[in-house]
Structures are given as structure tokens and as C-alpha cells.
Design a protein. Structure first.
Length: 368
């Protein structure tokens, strides 16, 4: 029953992760190990149930004597998971089972810090009431008050201030007040300033004295810090770029130069191609013109021969007409038996002129 699948989860792990309380009860009755850790990240059934927020499954596991202190590979305990996810009922069950309220992960974060990071004010209030350390500082310098101020969780900030959380601890971004100002959480800023004034009065200090105590005299203003951070970031970027060039032995610059030369060569090649296309277009136009001219010249002899043939046929037809007219006049003259007078000859000549070309008329009339 405790065999794991390809993902390293046993049946009890999967049931707790899915929040299936009846399945969890059945598996526990079958003697499944309530403390079985997954091979990879060492998560226990109780850890899965706390992440899922299944209070019934958590209760079943605790009844089966599940260990509330077993951490994962990253050092996260079941209470951390329940606090981070905001599952109040699970947190209460674990605390009643004597879970260590300040059991820290490898990062140094505690369940209280996890709850403040997630802005779960109700969880933070409960943990603070159970004696959680309000000034615990993780490896990155963060405290519950700093992360609560950064997230703008007024409920968490109020619970922490009521327990006397220190205002002076700093992370990489400054104090809790600095973080609240940078994130523009006006309500949190007012709460922190009011807490500073009240503590100053209780200690017999003025507000100015308290501000000086909270903020070192040589601390730069926020605007100056932002500008300095920008300059530092730009300088780091330039250093990284220079280091990259140096590490590559100038290869990056050479590669950039080669790329530029390749682009120029491509542009030159495109220009050559365009010129070749234009030359091809001109040659194609010249060839088309030559073909058209050749076709025209080829058709000219055929056209001339046809016109000559038509002229010859027309001339032959006219000659035939002339011959018929001559015979008609000759027949008329022979019938009358008289010589042709000048009037008749003139009329015949006029008729012939209407149907006979000049060359034929000249020939017909003896070169007139």
C-alpha cells in the first residue's frame, strides 16, 4: 500500500493532496504509513493535507500519530505549509498537536514570516498569540514586519506592532517603513510612523530623536537611492557586457562584424539581382520587338503578291469587258454597213474610258 508511482507519491499521498478524507481514513485503517516521505522532496501525507487545507484529513493523520515536525527536503514543516496557504483550521489542529510555532526552514523563514508574506492576517494573529517570534530574521534579512509592510497587510502589521515588533531591522531594501513607502502603502506608513512616535514618547525621546534612531543620519533619500541604484545597474550591465567580450576573446565583436558584412553582401547581391532582372527585361523587350518586325517583314511579300495577283485579275477582267465592248461595237458597225462617224467614235471612246485603265486605253487607242 505504500508503493510510490512514477512521481514518487503513494496512495496516501495522493489522497491527502486531493483532500479525500474518506480515502485517507480507509488507507490509514489498512495500516498505510502516515509518516511516509516522498522520495524526491520528502513531503509527508500530513504536509500534503496541510497544503490542501483538508482539516479532516489532518485530523485523521494526527489520530494515527503523524509526526507534526517532519520537514521536507527544503526544511518546510506542515505548520509552515498550513500558514503559508492560510488554512486556519489546519494551523489550529497542528498547534494543539504541539507543533513548534517557530520551526524554521532552511531559508530561515518561520510559519509567521510565511503567513505575513502571504498577507494572512488571521494566521499571523493566531501565531503571534501562541508566542511566535515577531522579530525573527530570515537569511535574506527579512522579518515578519518588513514583509508585511512590503505587502501592505495592515492586519499583519497591526498584530506585529501590538506584540512590539522592532522597527529598525533592515533587509536589502531598508526598514519596514522604507518598504512601505517604496510600495506606496500609505496606511501602513501611518501605522509605522505612529508606532515610532508612541515608542519615542514612552522612552522619553522626541519624534526627531526617534526618527534619527530609526533612520541612520547618513542614509540617502529615496530618490537618491533610486538614482544610485539605476547607475549601479547600468554600470553592472556594462561590466557584464565587457566581461562577455573579454571571455569570448573578441569573438562577439567579430561575430557582430561578420553579421554586418553578411548583411552588406546580401544587399549587394540583391542590387545585382535587380540589375540582372532589369537587363533581362530589356533583352526580352528587344527580342519581342525583333520577332514582331520579322513577322511583319515575312508578311510583306505575301501581301505584295496577293495585291499583284488581285490587280492582274482585275486587269484581266477589264480586258475581257473591253473585248466584249469592242465586239459589240464591231457588230453594230457591221450591221449598219456604214462607216463610223466622229460622234459614234467619240461615244465609244468615252464608254471605254470609264472601264479601261490608262495603259489599256492607250494600247486600245493606239497610244493616245
Amino acid at each position: 500500500m505504500d508503493a510510490v508511482d512514477a512521481k514518487g507519491k503513494a496512495a496516501l499521498h495522493r489522497a491527502c493532496e486531493a483532500g479525500k478524507e474518506e480515502e485517507v481514513r480507509r488507507l490509514l485503517l489498512q495500516r498505510c504509513n502516515p509518516n511516509l516521505a516522498s522520495p524526491g522532496d520528502h513531503q509527508t501525507p500530513l504536509f500534503f493535507a496541510c497544503k490542501a487545507g483538508s482539516a479532516a484529513s489532518v485530523s485523521r493523520l494526527l489520530e494515527s500519530r503523524a509526526n507534526v515536525h517532519l520537514p521536507t527536503k527544503a526544511g518546510l514543516c506542515p505548520l509552515f505549509a498550513a500558514a503559508q496557504k492560510g488554512h486556519l483550521a489546519c494551523v489550529e489542529l497542528l498547534l494543539r498537536a504541539h507543533a513548534v510555532v517557530d520551526q524554521a526552514a532552511q531559508s530561515g523563514k518561520t510559519p509567521l514570516l510565511a503567513a505575513c508574506e502571504a498577507a494572512h492576517a488571521h494566521i499571523a494573529t493566531l501565531l503571534v498569540g501562541k508566542g511566535a517570534d515577531v522579530d525573527v530574521q530570515a537569511r535574506d534579512g527579512s522579518t515578519p514586519l518588513i514583509v508585511a509592510a512590503y505587502n501592505g497587510s495592515e492586519g499583519c502589521v497591526r498584530a506585529l506592532l501590538e506584540r512590539g515588533a522592532a522597527l529598525t531591522p533592515r533587509d536589502s531594501d531598508g526598514t519596514a517603513l522604507d518598504n512601505a513607502r517604496r510600495q506606496a502603502h500609505g496606511g501602513v506608513v501611518q501605522m509605522l510612523q505612529e508606532a515610532a512616535r508612541m515608542r519615542a514618547q514612552a522612552d522619553g525621546l522626541t519624534v526627531v530623536d526617534d526618527v534619527e534612531a530609526e533612520t541612520p543620519p547618513d542614509e540617502p533619500r529615496l530618490e537618491e537611492e533610486a538614482e544610485e541604484a539605476q547607475r549601479a545597474a547600468a554600470a553592472r550591465a556594462a561590466e557584464r557586457e565587457e566581461a562577455a567580450y573579454s571571455a569570448l576573446g573578441g569573438k562577439a565583436k567579430v561575430t557582430a562584424g561578420r553579421a554586418a558584412r553578411k548583411v552588406e553582401a546580401m544587399l549587394d547581391k540583391l542590387s545585382v539581382v535587380e540589375q540582372e532582372e532589369q537587363q533581362w527585361a530589356r533583352e526580352a523587350a528587344e527580342k519581342a520587338k525583333e520577332k514582331a518586325l520579322a513577322a511583319t517583314n515575312a508578311n510583306k511579300p505575301r501581301d505584295t503578291a496577293a495585291r499583284r495577283k488581285q490587280a492582274q485579275e482585275a486587269l484581266a477582267e477589264r480586258e475581257r469587258k473591253l473585248d466584249r465592248r469592242r465586239r459589240a461595237f464591231d457588230a453594230s458597225d457591221s450591221d449598219d454597213g456604214s462607216e463610223e462617224d466622229s460622234t459614234t467614235a467619240a461615244r465609244r471612246k468615252a464608254v471605254l474610258e470609264q472601264t479601261t485603265p490608262m495603259s489599256i486605253r492607250n494600247e486600245a487607242w493606239g497610244g493616245d
